[in-house]
Write a protein that binds this ligand. Sequence first.
Ligand code: KG4
Ligand code: ZN
Length: 403
Amino acid sequence: MKTEHIILSIETSCDETSLSLIRSTKISDTEVSIEKISHIVHSQAELHAEYGGVFPALAKREHASNLVPLMLELIKETEGKGESVFVNTGAKELNEKINLDIKNLLDREPELYDNIVRHLIGWQGNIDAIAITQGPGLEPALWVGINFARALGLLWGVKTVPINHMKGHMISALFSPEKSSLISPLFPILGLLISGGHTEIISMSDPDTFSLVGKTRDDAVGEAYDKVARLLDLPYPGGPEIARLALEARERNLVSEAELPRPMINTNDYDFSFSGLKTAVLYAVKDKELSSEEKMMLAGEFEEAIVDVLTHKLSKAYKEYMPSLCVVGGGVAANTYLRERLIQSLKEVQSDAEIYFPTQELATDNAFMIALALAFNISFGERSIEELAEDEIKATGNLHITS
Ligand code: KG4
Ligand code: ZN
């Protein structure tokens, strides 16, 4: 069985257009070496900031106009490393059938079609698979990435494999940047997935099997950060802004007078609810002109409430599931205070409990994690690229990790 694979991955589920190219080499039953050949993340956050959140039609348009230029950047970077993954054949025209297939596929993305014809025709990609985010995310944004991936698949005769974005977040924590490898842990593992659209605890019992332990009943934790940031007049995305103010409040020992609720902290399940917390902040700021210290204190208390709930629920799940390790993934996993508190609270449950986090760069949306998820599956799972590949991939906004 082939142990080395070149994987191109594409991520367009929200407001990051991202591409990556990796070489994965299985070196043992529990380790796959990962060579990051190229990784590009183009954030549209500044464009969306004006709307205070992601504007789907704008995200779609931006992905459509940026994908080909970013692909050319990836090809250039790859060539610069002396890799011969992409070869320029000098061809000026497409085979008639392939041209027609790509044209039909990109019927609703004429700009993307023109860009492909103009800039990518001469290039041949010698890769083993294209990993593409199928969902969850914004469907118009997902569709552009999927159609682009399928067009490249037709152009180069390469299989396209749909990948669940949340699985990418979960697997990103199993990548060790020091060793540049991905490990397969002993199962089960427990995942805390916390992003702008999701808050859930997932149990993974083998590389292909995920089950839901608990989830938010309303807002996701990243969404709560973003909404509270808006209430405090902070720019989008709000997570890093709140985290910065909360850090300053902790450093200066500024403690809020308003005590915010810790929703569902003591319920007998693993579910969450954050919309009441946001409403409590709304009442705390209503009709008031807050000083910068007051904003800091409120941000600090809000972060404290979030971290209390997340640490409490993950520790409780740890006691019941006794996993070999916990992983944390998603944009909110970038939060350093949350990381410290999660480590500390699991240690209190079991002194040698292990918890892995993605690097800061891999916590928020990126294509590298999508390539990692495929590398993980073909190296440690039951199915090959051929079995995982699909000809027709449907963007699925609410795709669940357990499906
Ligand atoms: O995973 P991600 O990049 O996109 C989604 O799949 O949603 O997560 C984005 C979310 C946003 O809500 C953002 O405010 C939050 O992650 N975030 C943070 C931090 N960095 C990003 N939240 C808290 N603290 C942070 N340092
Ligand atoms: Zn995400």
